[in-house]
Write a protein that binds this ligand. Sequence first.
Ligand SMILES: NC(=O)c1ccc[n+]([C@@H]2O[C@H](COP(=O)([O-])OP(=O)(O)OC[C@H]3O[C@@H](n4cnc5c(N)ncnc54)[C@H](OP(=O)(O)O)[C@@H]3O)[C@@H](O)[C@H]2O)c1
Length: 298
Amino acid sequence: MNSNSGAAPSPLPSSSRAGGDQRPYGPVSREVAAIGQGTWYIDDAHLPTAVDALRRGLDLGMTHIDTAEMYGEAELVVGEAISGRRDEVFLVSKVLPSNASRRGTIEACERSLRRLRTDRLDCYLLHWRGGHPLEDTVAALEGLVSAGKILSWGVSNFDVDDLDEVLAVAGLGRIACNQVLYHLEERAIEHAVVPWCERNDVAVVAYSPFGHDSFPGPRTPGGRVLQDIAANHGATPRQVALRFLVRRPSLFAIPKAAAPEHAADNAGALSLELTEAEIERIDAVFPRGSRPRQLPML
Ligand SMILES: NC(=O)c1ccc[n+]([C@@H]2O[C@H](COP(=O)([O-])OP(=O)(O)OC[C@H]3O[C@@H](n4cnc5c(N)ncnc54)[C@H](OP(=O)(O)O)[C@@H]3O)[C@@H](O)[C@H]2O)c1
């Protein structure tokens, strides 16, 4: 077993990966693709190519799409990509903390729904902890659930003290997910956030799973290990990285790809299986490190 246990890796049994690795998402009544699609900066790309990338991802099983009101025109790109196929998608967006008052949350959600050209979100997140009382934000989110505008709600960038607070406000079984920074070179969430979420049935969604723009290259020791493992499977280093990140049943990852070939590559991680020994090699070359004082965020 790895030396820095705690939240020790436990790969999913292969049966869990049938049908493209859909898995329970906290307390939500639907299963969700373990590997989804991020959309931050997707609006910087050539529009038809970005739409093709998202649709290619959907075709290949990455039916979990993450966006946010903060991401410029990304919601418009997503709206175009999912037009005619809304029912295939587990659609997530986020309210900015500055908008997360009781009334502001509802208005922000309605704006997102218009940009996304849909009548509902599957999950709606508070993007990070801000100045509005959590009681007000949670009341608004619960109102949106009752109105059928969102299926579920969650949080993002919440460390355990914030999670304790939102749990006290909302009660068990209400928080669908916590979306947090997690990639091979940034494993801080494994110390306390992942165990907290697993104890309380909250899905953990890894954002920036490729480090945003710093994926370990083939000349680094870690990159060589990824390449070596990938070669054993006829896979790619990024597929290996994604599979490592979702090795526990509570974990999901949302890589962003504006290029259709990148989306296709990432979708390959849905059916990859790593051995316990391979997971240990990755764990050793990308060590978890000690627990930072503050939860890192991008
Ligand atoms: N909640 C939060 O606070 C928060 C913060 C950050 C991000 N997020 C979410 O997490 C998502 C992912 O994070 P991210 O966008 O920061 O970065 P990321 O997914 O770690 O990396 C994206 C970069 O990797 C490239 N890429 C993707 N797949 C590739 C492949 N198979 N081969 C080669 N290059 C590939 C992309 O290129 P191309 O685009 O050119 O294909 C892009 O440059 C975001 O889009 C957003 O939805 C949430």
